[in-house]
Design a protein around this ligand. Structure first.
Ligand code: TXA
Ligand code: MG
Length: 317
């Protein structure tokens, strides 16, 4: 394939990116969570190309990104609970799984044939600008090869997908740093993936607790397979005493740690840095080394961080 262009997030850059998307091309773009690999959600060939570029199994459906509520309601059916969550958390790092509207023209490849669709209204101004310039729904998984570490900077996207996509819009580092929280609303509200909106905030808004989502053997969000977000080096968790040959990544006070997710033990800072630090630790570890993470409390964004780290540490293959 041709070289991947890097576009600036200017009016001209976004117009060019939108033109490439209309022609069926794949363009990576920043969101507040991670970079997405965008393609026209109504174009079967573009959607098939997303799965091919990532090496992603086609049974794993994609999230549809929209610029506003009107577009969201044209893709999925919103009940009162969905309207309330959208009013509270959109634009922002929340994805809702809702009944698909068949008249939306979404490619069946996007939903992997399911009767539901995952919809997200991102807050990042570049994502918003691109969606408006394009003028339609964009299917966008994270812009990394399937199973690898998600990208939070344009150079992470290029490291994994250069030559496989037509362009990346460079909007700098992503502020949230972990993917959106996914809530299933086709039955009782269920947490399908912890992410950038905390469970505490969602339960407060819903006035009820969330059901546990999929399991690792029967995932409800089919992308939630055990091994994921995997760096090259093996990963060990909850480490307070690192062993020889381990690159120790701290959280809070960890004297002697090579890297730190947050020296003050701040979950928001740690989430923003997580995927970049995983890449840095992998480089430091080298071909024979290993990575060890200090314990991170399982509350707030710590829940999403621990979910990603458990998958990074899971047996491969
Ligand atoms: O923050 C994010 O959500 C990022 C940015 C780019 O928006 N996107 C992202 O997409 O993380 P991806 O493809 O890496 O993760 C999508 C997840 C997968 O776990 C998939 O199984 C789940 O959403 N999903 C999509 N459609 C679904 C559906 N109809 N029912 C249940 N899960 C669904
Ligand atoms: Mg992903």
């Amino acid at each position: 394939m041709t070289d991947t262009l890097t576009l600036a997030p200017t009016t001209d850059g976004l117009a060019r990116a939108a033109g490439l998307l209309r022609a069926g091309g794949l363009v990576a773009f920043p969101t507040e969570t991670v970079y997405g690999l965008g393609g026209d959600a109504r174009n079967d060939r573009a959607v098939a190309a997303i799965f091919a570029a990532k090496g992603r199994p086609s049974f794993n459906p994609l999230i549809v990104h929209v610029p506003d509520m009107e577009a969201a309601r044209s893709v999925a059916r919103f009940d009162a609970r969905a309207e309330a969550l959208a009013a509270t958390f959109w634009p922002g790092p929340l994805t809702l799984v809702l009944p698909l509207r068949l008249d939306a023209g979404i490619s069946p490849l996007v939903t992997a044939g399911l009767p539901t669709v995952a919809v997200r209204l991102p807050a990042h101004p570049v994502a918003q600008g691109l969606l408006r310039a394009f003028g339609g729904p964009l299917a966008a998984p994270s812009a990394n090869p399937s199973g690898k570490v998600s990208p939070t900077r344009a150079d992470h996207v290029l490291a994994g997908l250069s030559g496989r996509i037509v362009a990346v819009v460079d909007g700098g580092p992503c502020a949230v740093g972990v993917e959106s929280t996914i809530i299933g609303l086709d039955g009782d509200p269920a947490l399908l993936r912890p992410g950038g909106v905390t469970v505490e905030a969602l339960e407060a808004a819903l006035g009820q607790s969330l059901q546990a989502g999929g399991s690792e053997t029967r995932p409800n969000a089919p992308g939630q397979l055990a091994s994921h977000y995997a760096p090259g080096a093996p990963v060990r968790l909850n480490v307070t005493a690192p062993e020889a040959g381990e690159v120790w990544v701290g959280f809070g006070p960890c004297p002697g740690a090579a890297l730190s997710l947050s020296e003050t033990g701040d979950d928001v800072e740690a989430a923003a840095r997580l995927f970049h630090i995983l890449r840095q630790a992998d480089d430091l570890a080298g071909p024979a080394g290993r990575i060890a993470f200090a314990p991170i409390p399982d509350r707030g964004l710590g829940r999403a961080i621990n979910d990603r780290l458990r998958r990074a540490a899971a047996p491969r293959g």
